[in-house]
Structures are given as structure tokens and as C-alpha cells.
Design a protein around this ligand. Structure first.
Ligand code: FE2
Length: 404
């Protein structure tokens, strides 16, 4: 508003200016997607929490989890841990339309510093029918435990499907709220796209791997019944030379198997699956991604394989976001962006989900691929061929939220 004594021309200029500022505010306001605001920080749930409870019975299977077991969704990897002895690797499974069948898997163990794991079982069930509810049993004798899952519909362009999205979950009281929030969501997610940072065991002294076990028991109530699609985060690296632990991802790779070979990948950290109408590419922010590296060669070939008339949705998962306006982890995704963003624009990736930054943030469709060392063109521009970037790292782990 113009002050008394200001000339009418100046007043008009101020009004125009105000109008411009207001319209900018309207243009820049991305809107509010939820009224939920997480508290600043909540503590790790104590070891005797009910969500960490060990199932009763001698050698009872625990930490049961499933993920997609092939590229199309006709196979499921079932994993679980037994503590007292190896027990059985067999999964017994059936549907309303088929008799009981058995699938045999393998068992593994590992040591991490002064921790020794239980017996970790992985069994892949193959040749399942699409869109079918299967029951399955793990364990033997009086410690059998029964669960179920529903296979996805056959891959196709018009197949609806609902994914849940979780990142940086951890095992705080807020993590439990996140999982409950997901379970109670009326949209009923059918599978979870998990963008890395699972249990945060590495934040405990000596990376105390007991926290991998508690997390497995905590999440079982969801992941035993629907597949979670795994991406690695920095908290899965567990690189600890001071403890004599120099093989990155050791606990993660023993506990969480993914169908990487089905998509021609040579390592479990980058791979792809198709599910319903979506083609999902999982990348590793913590494996080499420079030119001539295995991940680079794989992604170069992989993007060519996507047939948008079969899977119109092209989704990429990674841990460290390429676009991040928070000061937490600022520019950590930049070197990978420089390597791969031109491909994402060329192949018109729809959406990229990342975690790592403990906040929610969503971009417009924009790219920043014009830069070379002499032209100075280094500002993101609106680009309808570019993905939308969504950060969902606010899963509730005990580290602080990104707020600045
Ligand atoms: Fe992270």
C-alpha cells in the first residue's frame, strides 16, 4: 500500500511490484501434501519392545521377509532367520487353486567383529501365477509359521498398482509410527519401494548387528506379507576397518537378497524389476558409477531395454538425491547426477525417489544437462522430458530431521 504523500505513479509502481511478488509466491507454492509433521527426534525403541519380540518355540523362524524374485513378478524370494540351529531351508506354499508344493533354498551365516549371525535362509519360489494369493510356511514341526502374499498382475500398460514408499526407516518410536501409518493407509500399498537406510545398526557401538535382527523382527509384520524392493543406503555399507571389517555391505548382502541376475546385473546393488505397469530401476549411490564401471555399463544397456508401450511408468530408486535444497547432505548426489542425468532426460524417466535427506521434497520436471566447462550454463531449467525428483528420507530414524 502506498504511503500518504507518495505520488500516484510511485504508488502504481509499488502496487505492480506487490502484485509481482504475490504472483511469484503463488507460482512457487508447491502446495501441501500432508498435515503431518514429525517431531524433531525420537529415541531408539528399547530392546525389550513388543515390536522386537522373538516368536515363541525352539528355533522358530524370525525376521521373515519377501521380495520380488525375478524380473516379471512370477517369483518371490522368502528369507528368514533361525537362531538355535540351521533347521530347514524349505518353503511350503500353495494357493486356493494349487496343491502344496515345496521350494528348497540355502542357508548362510556371517560374523561381524564380535557378533555371529543366526542361520539366514533364502529360498526362491518360482513359476507362480500372476495375481494370486499364496500361503507359505517356514520352519518345521511345532515351530512352523504361516504367512501369505499376493503376486502382482501380469505386466502390462494399463495395469493399476499401488506402491508404498519408505526411506531411512530405522527403529525409533517414529519408525514404528511410519510403519503403522503405512499399514493403516486406506490406499493399501501392494509392495514397498524402499530407498535405503534400513536399520541403522552402524550407529551403535561396534555396529552392533543385534540391531539388524531387531529390525528384521520389527518390519516382519509388513514385509512377510508383501515384497519390499530394496535399495542400498549409506547405513548398509558397514565399512569398519577399525573393527577389521573391510568388506562393504556384509550384513546387508547376507540378509537381504534381490533378483539382480534376472536383469543382467553383476552385483546386488543395482538391478531392475517390472511390476504391473512400472519398470523400476534400482541404483547404488555407494558403488562405483563412473564411466567404464559395471554399474555404468549396466545402466547404459538397461535404459535401452525399457519398452514404454509395455511399462509406461519408468521409476528410478536411489539413496542420495540428485536435487536437494536442504543443507543436510547438500550436493552428495551431484557426481552421480553429472554422470547419469542426460540419460534420464533422454529416456524420459518419470520419477526418481531418493532418501538420505531426512525430509520430504518434490521438484518440478527440470534438468541441468547443458553445462560444459566453458559455457557456464549450470542452472536447472524446466524440462518436460526430465523426471520429477522426490525425496522421502523422513522415515523416522533416530537421527535429526533436515529442516534448514
Ligand atoms: Fe542415508
Amino acid at each position: 500500500m502506498a504511503k500518504m504523500g507518495t505520488s500516484s505513479r510511485e504508488a502504481a509502481a509499488i502496487v505492480v511490484m506487490l502484485g509481482f511478488v504475490l504472483s511469484l509466491a503463488v507460482v512457487c507454492n508447491g502446495g501441501k501434501t500432508s498435515s503431518f509433521v514429525r517431531k524433531e527426534k525420537s529415541g531408539v525403541m528399547p530392546l525389550d519392545s513388543d515390536v522386537f519380540k522373538v516368536p515363541p518355540g525352539y528355533n522358530a523362524p524370525q525376521q521373515v521377509h519377501i521380495t520380488q524374485g525375478d524380473q516379471l513378478g512370477k517369483a518371490v524370494i522368502v528369507s528368514w532367520v533361525t537362531v538355535e540351529e540351521p533347521g530347514s531351508n524349505t518353503v511350503l506354499y500353495w494357493s486356493a487353486y494349487s496343491k502344496k508344493q515345496k521350494s528348497e533354498g540355502k542357508v548362510t551365516t556371517y560374523k561381524f567383529y564380535n557378533y555371529t549371525s543366526g542361520y539366514i535362509h533364502h529360498t526362491t519360489i518360482r513359476n507362480l501365477k500372476f495375481n494370486t494369493k499364496y500361503y507359505y510356511v517356514v520352519g518345521i514341526g511345532h515351530t512352523e509359521r504361516q504367512f501369505w502374499f499376493i503376486t502382482p498382475p501380469e505386466v502390462g500398460p494399463d495395469v493399476p498398482y499401488t506402491f508404498g514408499l519408505i526411506g531411512d526407516l530405522g527403529q525409533s518410536f517414529d519408525s514404528n509410527k511410519t510403519l503403522t501409518h503405512y499399514e493403516l493407509n486406506p490406499q493399501k500399498g501392494q509392495a514397498v519401494l524402499f530407498v535405503g537406510d534400513l536399520c541403522y545398526a552402524d550407529t551403535h557401538p561396534n555396529h552392533d548387528n543385534v540391531w539388524w535382527d531387531t529390525w528384521g523382527r520389527f518390519t516382519e509384520r509388513s514385509v512377510a506379507y508383501q515384497p519390499w524392493i530394496w535399495t542400498v543406503g549409506n547405513h548398509e555399507i558397514d565399512f569398519a576397518p577399525e573393527l577389521g571389517e573391510t568388506k562393504p555391505f556384509k550384513p546387508y548382502t547376507h540378509r537381504y537378497h534381490v533378483p539382480y541376475k534376472a536383469s543382467g546385473s553383476t552385483a546386488p546393488f543395482w538391478y531392475s524389476i517390472k511390476r504391473a505397469s512400472a519398470y523400476i530401476i534400482v541404483l547404488s549411490s555407494y558403488s562405483a558409477y563412473g564411466k567404464y564401471t559395471p554399474q555404468y555399463f549396466w545402466l547404459e544397456q538397461e535404459l535401452r531395454k525399457v519398452n514404454r508401450s509395455e511399462t509406461p511408468w519408468l521409476i528410478v530408486l536411489m539413496h542420495a538425491p540428485w536435487y536437494n535444497s536442504y543443507n543436510f547432505h547438500y550436493l552428495e548426489g551431484e557426481t552421480m547426477r553429472v554422470m547419469y542425468e542426460p540419460w534420464f532426460v533422454k529416456y524420459k524417466v518419470d520419477v526418481v525417489f531418493a532418501g538420505h535427506v531426512h525430509a520430504y521434497e518434490r521438484s518440478e520436471r527440470m534438468s541441468n544437462v547443458a553445462y560444459n566447462i566453458v559455457n557456464g550454463i549450470c542452472i536447472p531449467v524446466k524440462d518436460q522430458s526430465a523426471p520429477v525428483y522426490i525425496t522421502i528420507g523422513d522415515g523416522g530414524n533416530t537421527e535429526v530431521l533436515a529442516t534448514k
